[in-house]
Every structure is written in C-alpha cells, then in structure tokens.
Design a protein around this ligand. Structure first.
Ligand SMILES: Cc1cc2nc3c(=O)[nH]c(=O)nc-3n(C[C@H](O)[C@H](O)[C@H](O)COP(=O)(O)OP(=O)(O)OC[C@H]3O[C@@H](n4cnc5c(N)ncnc54)[C@H](O)[C@@H]3O)c2cc1C
Length: 430
C-alpha cells in the first residue's frame, strides 16, 4: 500500500529508510526532543541479510539508544573468535574477554543477531506512528527553509531537516554526495543453516581463509529445545558481474560456493552447506564510498547515515555498526547545536541546522574512514596471503592477527550523551 503526502503528519525531521541507520537516527533524534517521520519503501520491516554480526561498538550504540538488552535477548554471546585455514586448522584464537572493550561495557561483546531483532526493538522504542511503510521516496532536495522529499506520486513533503538512510543505492545520495560510489570486484554471500546443537556445541565465531575466498561462520541462537543451533555464515569471493548474475537458484548458489571452495577440506563448512536453508541464500555486490577524513558529505539541511553516506567493504563486519553509530552521533550533534544556540530545535535557523549537520559529517568522517580503510586492507591482505602455501599463510596471519589490534576498531563511544538538551528556562525542544 503506498502512502500520500496528505496522510502524513508534519514533523521536524524526515528520515528516508528504516534500516539500521534510519531507525538509529530516528530514535536518537527522538531522544533529544525532535519529532521524526521515517519513510520506508518496503511494505513491512526488511529481512534482507537474515542476520548481522554485532561487535562491541554496536552494543555501545544500542546501550545509548536504550535497546541493548532487548536486542541481546535470545542471541548467543561468542566466547572466542577463531582464525582458521581451509582445512579447519585454527592458527589464532582470540578470547573475547581478553580483547579491548569500549567505555560503558563490561567487556568485549560479539553476537550475531537476527536481522529483524534490532529494527523491531528500535521501532518499538519510537512513538507509535513514527515509521511509515510503503513510503517510497523518489528524490530529496535542499530548500531555503530546510529540505523536502518527493513521494512516488509526485507530492512533496517538507521538514526542517532530511536524513537519508536509504542504503547503498540511494539516488539522492548519488546526487548530493561529493564522493562517488565504487563497485568492487568482490561479491558477498550470506546464508543461514541449522545444525544439530550437540554436534556443534561451541559458541565460537570462525573466520576461515582459502585461496580467493573468505568465510565467516557464527552461531546465532538455539531452538527452544536446545537441539538445533542456527548458524549465519557469509562468504566473500573475488567475482565478476557476469558470474554473480548466474547464481539465480538455490542449487546454483550452493554449487557456486562449492566451486569457490575447491581444494578446501572443511567438514564444518560442508555441514553448513548441506544444512543451508533454501530460502536463506543471498548474494550481494560489494560497494565502497571512500570518504576522506575531515570532509563533509552533503549540503544544507540534508545529511545521511549508513551505507548511503559511506559504504564500506564487509571484511570487518562493520557496515551496520557504522550506521547505528552514525544515528547516535547525529542525535548528539543536533543536541549540542540546540544547547549552543540556547534554543529548541523548532527555533533553530536553517543555517544552525546545516552547521550542525556539517559538524556531524566532518566529526564522523575520521571514524568511518578508518573502518573503510581497515576493511579494505584486511580484505586484500587475507586474499593475497591466502594463495600462499597453507603453512606459510598460517604463520604470517598468526603473526599479523594480534589481540590488541585485530578488533581495536570495535572500541568506540559516542562523543557525548543522548539526553534532552539543557536549555535556558527549558529542558527540551518544542
Ligand atoms: C556480505 C555482507 C556481510 C555483512 N556483514 C555485516 C556484519 O556482520 N555486521 C555489520 O554491522 N554489517 C554487515 N554488513 C553491512 C550491513 O548489512 C550494511 O552496512 C547495513 O545494513 C547498512 O544499513 P543502512 O541502514 O545504511 O542501509 P540498509 O540496511 O540498506 O537500509 C536502507 C533502507 O532504506 C530503504 N529504502 C531504500 N530506498 C528507499 C526509498 N527510495 N524510499 C524509502 N526507503 C528506501 C530500504 O528498503 C531499507 O530498508 C554486511 C554486508 C554484506 C554485503
């Protein structure tokens, strides 16, 4: 069902897209006192990707948004992260509790969460009626008084601020962003499989490298009787467009994955492939938008969060985490702008809002650049080293992967807190 401009309420801010980034931004802005409208083109909360790895920085952001415990429910905490070769030989094991952890958490944390868990928790924490499904936005524009979006029926909806959160293919980001989007010659498979819990009892994430291919396998949860364990796995492989398009049935996907694992002797991976659920295989292009440290991304009262602003390769499993961090930081920068002006959001001028958005973008650019750069170096390093003889690959990678540096990028805290602004004679915005 599509929606019309007349059926939608007037709000301070319009967020385009109800993925991780859009919902985190909406919740953060709501927490600092703004009224928000989220427009999502899908008819219901989106499942694509099935599951997602959440490292310590995601949990720190979920804590700030007040949804961490709800999202943790039913998802297994990993005890360790293992790095293995294509014959299942583990050459480096990092104990999660020995890794550096962010301020505000009791220790490092890694869980894979079912894709819908976080969007549902964030949506439930927003006032009813904030998220509108079936709301396709065909364009967004900066205006003298703020910004506006155009709906599929050609009608326009204005607000003081528009936040793009419509993912890597965002047309509006393409129009306004200063950095072009690059398609990489790498494709990512994501899939879910169910294994006998007694046969695979270890709560361990394993990242395995073989020639031309990397695989991550991570348990997500048990079934109610604790007999079956649900697993998420992803695979990144160098691939040209034509090959990627040829994987259009479940059987072809599985055959394609096996082809990319030629020469592997991994009983664990074999079990996962055999138990892969037929409706749970997805292959995606990998994109990168390599923003520069210190540069702003958009203009006027329009900005963006997540993949539309700074798509990154998935080699560190950080795209979703960056989107949630963005949302939290956007809320903090807007709160600080209200405090600096001594006014609620409704009384800020378009110039004040634009300045806050540029502060948010330049502030975030250093962090996201670090992740984009490290993901790209990690991915390249694993692929290059994995073509060496296995003993040499193990030796080099065991030396390169160290507890202090492997997950150093997951140590993060927002630069301020998400609280209503403290204003003269007022504690919140209009
Ligand atoms: C193989 C692979 C593995 C990954 N693994 C991880 C991982 O382990 N951990 C991690 O943190 N990240 C991971 N990622 C990255 C992660 O999936 C993305 O970075 C994250 O989903 C980006 O969130 P987003 O909100 O920016 O965009 P999206 O999730 O793409 O959400 C965009 C939303 O906008 C909506 N939309 C689009 N166009 C419009 C429109 N015109 N009007 C209205 N709505 C619109 C869409 O329907 C969607 O709901 C992985 C990615 C890949 C490819």
């Amino acid at each position: 069902m599509s929606i019309t401009a007349q059926s939608l309420p007037q709000r301070d801010c319009i967020v385009v897209g109800a993925g991780y980034g859009g919902l985190a931004a909406a919740l953060a802005l709501h927490k600092v006192g703004l009224s928000v409208l989220v427009l999502e083109r899908a008819p219901s909360p989106r499942q694509e990707g099935f599951s997602i790895g959440a490292f310590s920085n995601s949990w720190r952001a979920f804590e700030e948004l007040g949804v961490a415990d709800e999202v943790r429910k039913d998802h297994l905490p990993m005890k360790s992260v293992n790095y293995a070769d294509s014959h299942d030989n583990v050459y480096r094991s990092l104990n999660i509790k020995d890794l550096p952890y962010p301020e505000g958490l009791k220790g490092s944390e890694l869980r894979v969460i079912r894709r819908l868990a976080a969007p549902v928790a964030m949506t439930n924490a927003l006032p009813k009626g904030t998220v509108h499904y079936g709301g396709t936005v065909v364009g967004a524009k900066v205006t003298p008084t703020g910004a506006e979006v155009e709906l599929a029926d050609g009608q326009k909806l204005a607000a003081k601020m528009v936040v793009l959160a419509d993912g890597v293919h965002s047309k509006s980001a393409q129009k306004y962003h200063k950095v072009p989007l690059k398609v990489m010659d790498v494709a990512g498979w994501r899939a879910m499989a169910e294994l006998d819990a007694e046969e695979e009892p270890e709560i361990v994430a394993t990242f395995t490298s073989g020639p031309n291919t990397r695989v991550g396998t991570i348990p997500v949860t048990y079934d109610a009787q604790r007999k079956k364990m649900l697993w998420y796995y992803f695979m990144a492989a160098s691939m040209k467009e034509k090959e990627m398009k040829s994987y259009d049935t479940y059987e072809k996907h599985i055959a394609g994955m096996r082809k990319h694992m030629t020469g592997w002797k991994s009983p664990h991976m074999e079990k996962l492939l055999a138990a892969t659920q037929s409706d749970s295989v997805l292959i995606s292009h990998i994109y990168e938008r390599r923003v520069k440290p210190g540069d702003a991304w958009f203009e006027g009262c329009l900005s963006g969060v997540g993949d539309c602003a700074h798509a990154t390769r998935p080699d560190l499993g950080q795209g979703g985490a960056m989107a949630i961090e963005d949302g939290v930081e956007l809320g903090v920068y807007i709160k600080e702008a209200m405090e600096a002006a001594g006014k609620p959001f409704g009384e800020l001028s378009p110039g004040d809002i634009a300045a806050a958005l540029r502060n948010y973008e330049t502030g975030r650019s250093h962090r996201v650049f670090h992740i984009i750069d490290k993901s790209s170096k990690f991915g390249t390093m694993f692929l290059v080293i994995s073509i060496l003889p296995r003993w040499l690959m193990r030796f080099i990678l065991a030396w390169l992967i160290q507890p202090a540096t492997a997950l150093e990028h997951t140590v993060w805290a927002p630069h301020g807190r998400l609280r209503p602004p403290s204003l003269p004679r007022d504690t919140g915005s209009a």
